[in-house]
Design a protein around this ligand. Sequence first.
Ligand SMILES: [Zn+2]
Length: 110
Amino acid sequence: MSVPFIRKNDQVIVRQGKDKGKTGKVLSVDPDKGRALVEGVAMAKHFIRPDRSKNVQGGIMEKESRIPLSRLMLFCPDCAEGVRIRSKKLQDGTRTRVCVKCGTVLEPGK
Ligand SMILES: [Zn+2]
């Protein structure tokens, strides 16, 4: 079984599109749609309707929108760039992801 390519809390870099070169933390992944929400990436304006009963002022709010996983690469802090990863089996049998270039383990939150 392959290790999921990108997961929540990963540091990623955008490879394509208007946010190319931006890095950010993965806020959530939607594996069914193959999309992810990345902090500060693909900001889109959302219009909020004022609602007095809920004490909502209304206006324009900027919020991330989901982008295809194919546009993302894991970001390696040691290489300071987007890198390809490989799966490595640890002694206890669990799999981890490592940078192909420098061998750094890319498992945020561990
Ligand atoms: Zn690296």
